[in-house]
Every structure is written in structure tokens, then in C-alpha cells.
Design a protein around this ligand. Structure first.
Ligand SMILES: Nc1ncnc2c1ncn2[C@@H]1O[C@H](COP(=O)(O)OP(=O)(O)OP(=O)(O)O)[C@@H](O)[C@H]1O
Ligand SMILES: [Mg+2]
Length: 227
């Protein structure tokens, strides 16, 4: 799916003195692109992912996927859009520590009231592919790198058309980080998923089709970083 952002401004009611956390005139991400967002801490990267994915409603501006505006939708409609189209890997994973990896990956299928059994094999296969034992022990006993892969498996369960990943390799060593970066690139290039990742990782940026840098909520020097 193609993303178009126009005249996007967002501030939080509290904090930062009400100054805009994001201020982007226009940004287009084509379908099947591996798109990276970099920039210093506090520059608005996570907030931008939340807005792009409909987790947050923008203060002003337009956020459209394949031309359909999601920014003006109510919360339920944005949730529905996200369930149908998007996967999200959160910066701190949002796993349920007492549950096994498999249970964590299956959460969406249970919450979505879909026939969960249909997804169990896929959930196992994703975890196997990432080298994480599906049901040996609770997720809180896994290393951060393993937890990161569980979060990615969960985001991929429903074969999303758009994948958002907030620092998906930050907890991994260079080898595992490189593998995940390769997998994200493959999702985009072989399967047409639009992959939007916040990252400082050289491997991610090297494989990305485009990288933008945010500074104080604005897009800085986009072309200098693009290939
Ligand atoms: N819910 C909120 N309420 C108030 N201010 C917020 C909220 N969420 C984020 N902010 C502020 O918005 C700015 C951007 O935050 P954001 O989390 O998007 O940055 P980031 O680029 O992802 O940083 P990091 O690299 O540390 O993850 C920061 O100044 C942050 O304090
Ligand atoms: Mg962040």
C-alpha cells in the first residue's frame, strides 16, 4: 500500500510546551518500499510511526493509505484498519511476560475473535524460522534479542500489507540484526509489503530503499541519506 502524508502537524497537550512534535509538509512512501526513519532521541520517530499506523490521531493534516484517509477516522475505525492491514513491532516489544512466545504471537488471533487454530501453525513456523522455541517457557525469561523476534513474529502473523517496526534490531547483535534487516528488505522486495522501520542500524539503512532523518519533528536532508 502507498502512504501519503500531507501537512502533518502533531503536538501533545502536555509536555514540550505544546510545541509541535512533528511538522511534515509532505511525504510519500510507495508500496513495497523498505523505508527507514532515523534521527536523534526525541525527534518524533515513534510518534510518526504511531500516526502512520493509526495508533494516534493527528492534530492536523492528512494520512492516507492508497488514497483512503485514516487520520480523520474514529478510534474503532482506525483499529479496524490496522487489524486488516498492518503489523507493528513496538520499541519495547509489548509482550506479555507470563505468556509463552507462541501465546504472545497468537494474541491477535484470540483478540480478533478469529478462528485461532487456523493461525497456530503459521505462528509456530514464524517462531521456528526465527529460532525461538515456541512454548518452552514464559517470554519474560527470553533474552531481549529473542523477545524482539517474538514481537516481529507476532507482527507478521496476519501477513500485513504494511509493517511498522520501531528499532527492530536495537537489541540484536550484528549477525542477528543483519538477518532481521535482510528479512525486512525481503518482505518489501519479494512480497510487496510496505516496510517502515525506525532504525539507526547500518544494515537497515544500507538495505532500505529510502531513509529520512527527523530532527525536531521535521524531515532533514532526506536526499543525502537516500540511495
Ligand atoms: N504521550 C506523550 N505526551 C507528551 N509528550 C510526548 C508523548 N509521547 C512523546 N512525547 C514527546 O514527543 C517527542 C517525540 O517523542 P518520540 O517518542 O516520538 O521520539 P523518538 O524519536 O521515538 O525518540 P527515541 O529515539 O528516544 O525513541 C519527545 O519530546 C517526547 O517527550
Ligand atoms: Mg522512539
Amino acid at each position: 500500500m502507498q502512504l501519503t502524508l500531507d501537512e502533518l502537524r502533531h503536538s501533545f497537550a502536555r509536555g514540550n510546551g505544546g510545541a509541535p512534535v512533528l511538522d511534515i509538509d509532505r511525504l510519500v512512501v510507495d508500496a513495497g518500499t523498505f523505508f527507514a526513519i532515523t534521527g536523534p532521541s526525541g525527534s518524533g520517530k515513534s510518534t510518526l510511526l504511531y500516526l502512520m499506523s493509526g495508533l494516534l490521531k493527528p492534530g492536523e493534516g492528512r494520512i492516507a493509505w492508497d488514497g483512503a484517509e485514516i487520520g480523520t477516522l474514529g478510534e474503532d475505525a482506525r483499529d479496524a484498519w490496522r487489524r486488516r492491514n498492518a503489523g507493528f513491532v513496538f520499541q519495547n516489544f509489548h509482550l506479555i511476560g507470563e505468556m509463552t512466545p507462541l501465546q504472545n504471537v497468537m494474541l491477535g488471533a484470540w483478540f480478533g475473535h478469529w478462528r485461532a487454530a487456523r493461525f497456530r501453525d503459521r505462528a509456530r513456523a514464524l517462531l521456528d524460522g526465527f529460532g525461538v522455541p515456541p512454548a518452552d517457557r514464559p517470554a519474560e525469561t527470553l533474552s531481549r534479542g529473542e523477545q524482539q523476534r517474538v514481537a516481529l513474529a507476532r507482527a507478521l502473523l496476519f501477513e500485513p500489507k504494511v509493517l511498522f517496526a520501531d528499532e527492530p534490531t536495537a537489541s540484536l547483535d550484528a549477525e542477528n540484526g543483519g538477518q532481521i534487516a535482510g528479512l525486512l528488505a525481503e518482505l518489501a522486495h519479494a512480497r510487496g509489503v510496505t516496510v517502515i522501520a525506525v532504525s539507526h542500524d547500518r544494515d537497515v539503512i544500507a538495505l532500505a530503499d529510502r531513509t529520512i532523518r527527523l530532527e525536531h519533528g521535521r524531515v532533514a536532508a532526506p536526499e543525502a541519506l537516500s540511495r
